[in-house]
Write a protein that binds this ligand. Structure first.
Ligand code: 13P
Length: 329
């Protein structure tokens, strides 16, 4: 029962009182790292990727191979999810490829990258929901804007906190299965300038919004912790990541008690991978084959993701998700 929808996985998480990590992957070695971590910890898992942000030359080849990888892990339920679809066409492309879930990020205008109007967000999200639900695919929307840059490039986004008054209206008008709520977090390796407190990380918003949309799953984006030891290792081997603080581990665990069921993490996995890769390259200076360095990165990323699965609470819950597998149509 490998491929399941976001709705199926998150409904089980809500019943079980835990969160499920949605781990960003940018190549097949990272896909293997995440699926190995899920198999090791018996976790349901969400594997997510951003269109055009992989090491591959085309989404077509990458997405096809990613989807095929899932069949190698029959013991774990896997959601394959498009992260931050910028427009309806990209979401339709992922759905047609066989993804079981997509995010339409209608909070930003795809051309100007400026915050879009509430009505424009509703319109594009409802359009994607109609297409996706007709094919059994789940949809995540976004309310407010999350800071930073999802794929590590492009322009920085300002943070506009999610408005609880708009949440119920948005869900009623779009029918989304999950809602990314901007609570002060940012994407990427640069988040808070000091350990975050309630003035910048608005955890209280989660429970306020959860009460307004009880049938919809809440998603925490920008959840990486940015571990200082990994930054130090990267910088000791040629990197230059500035000091920055992410979301503390205990706050991520607390978010699942407040109403979050999907926790997005990309940068922590990337940092674990890069720290091991840079260390390997510095210690084996005669190596010309990239495979051993990438292998070291994969092993480190598997360990990191497995640790996070324990923090989010999904570890040990793989066998509980007894639903019909998702079949693309
Ligand atoms: P991080 O950059 O904190 O890992 O967040 C990833 C994310 O939210 C992807 O949508």
């Amino acid at each position: 029962m490998p491929l399941v929808t976001l709705r199926q996985a998150l409904d089980a998480a809500r019943s079980g009182g835990y969160g499920i990590g949605a781990f960003n992957v940018t190549d097949l070695v990272q896909v293997e790292a995440v699926l190995d971590a899920a198999a090791r910890t018996s976790s349901p898992v969400i594997v997510q990727t951003i269109a055009g942000a992989s090491a591959f030359g085309s989404d077509d080849l990458y997405w096809d191979l990613l989807l095929r990888s899932v069949a190698h892990y029959p013991q774990v339920p896997v959601v394959v999810h498009l992260d931050h679809g910028p427009d309806a066409d990209t979401c339709r492309r992922a759905i047609d490829a066989g993804f079981s879930s997509v995010m339409i990020d209608g909070s930003l205008d795809p051309v100007t990258h400026q915050p879009s109007s509430f009505d424009a967000n509703v319109a594009v999200t409802a359009e994607v929901v109609a297409y996706a639900h007709a094919r059994g695919v789940s949809v995540e929307g976004e309310l407010g804007t999350i800071g930073g840059s999802e794929d590590g490039g492009g322009t920085l986004k300002e943070i506009i906190l999610a408005d609880p008054d708009q949440a119920a209206d948005f869900v009623a008008r779009t029918g989304v299965d999950a809602l990314a709520v901007a609570i002060g977090t940012s994407h990427g390796a640069y988040k808070f300038t000091s350990p975050p407190d309630g003035t910048v990380l608005h955890m209280d918003l989660i429970s306020t919004i959860a009460a307004r949309v009880p049938g919809t799953h809440l998603v925490m984006h920008g959840s990486s912790s940015l571990p200082a030891d990994l930054r130090a290792t990267i910088n000791a081997h040629g990197g230059a990541l500035p000091e920055s603080w992410g979301v503390p581990e205990d706050e991520k665990a607390r978010s699942t008690k407040l109403g979050v069921t999907k926790i997005n993490q990309g940068m922590d996995s990337h940092m674990a991978y890069m720290a091991a890769l840079r260390t390997y390259l510095d210690t084996d200076r005669l190596s010309a084959d990239p495979a051993p360095a990438n292998r070291a990165g994969r092993v480190a990323m598997t360990d990191m993701v497995a640790e996070r699965m324990a923090v989010f609470g999904q570890a040990g819950h793989a066998a509980e998700i007894q639903v019909a597998p998702f079949v693309a149509r």
